[in-house]
Design a protein around this ligand. Sequence first.
Ligand SMILES: [Fe+2]
Length: 231
Amino acid sequence: MLTDLDTDLWIREEPLRFFGLEIGRIMTVVRLSSGGLFVQSPARLTPELKRELDALGGVRFVAPASKLHGHLHMEQYRDAYPDAELLAAPGLASRRSDLAFDSLLGSVPDPRWSADVDQTAIAGHRWLTEIAFFHRPSRTLILGDVGYHVTPEAPLSLRLLGRATGVYERVGPPVDFRLTVANEATLCRSIREVLAWDFDRVIPGHGSVLESGGREAVLDGFDWLLRTEEK
Ligand SMILES: [Fe+2]
């Protein structure tokens, strides 16, 4: 069920329908150097997936990308891993009042995962603050909805959506996100924080993993924003 991307780094791709379109989503699994797993955008916890996660050391932390859909299936992880901590993205705790979150994610990583995983809050959007993660040992950037990456292998509906929203063969947010940015300077500072990480691979929220050239792809995908710095 898990795809091995690098040392201590796996993904699981699963379907997701959003406003009637199949856009898929990607779970990222990091094995921490202190032991146990850090799971981002958790996939449906089937018995097969649980067996694989258990073989890797069991789940310690479960994180969403944002309040949008990165929290799906978190209740299954709560039930299966009573000692695991559920982490909330900004705005998520009120949306999922059925879940008791252990902490709120911001721009400072917890010391329990910061040796392996750095993070920053992508601020400046009107209603969506996303947490971007960086797996330092594998130089991998892990994004949610600010990072679509739609490729020719995607299902037709996602390819059409990608072309219509400016994220076909690019890493970046769809045009509806761009049109609802509240503060470009704030968003720009957040993207600059992401670009300060020494990443090469990108795991997007939707689409396909970009194995290399990720930093250049993010620079290109956010050129519309980074250009505003010069104004
Ligand atoms: Fe998403």
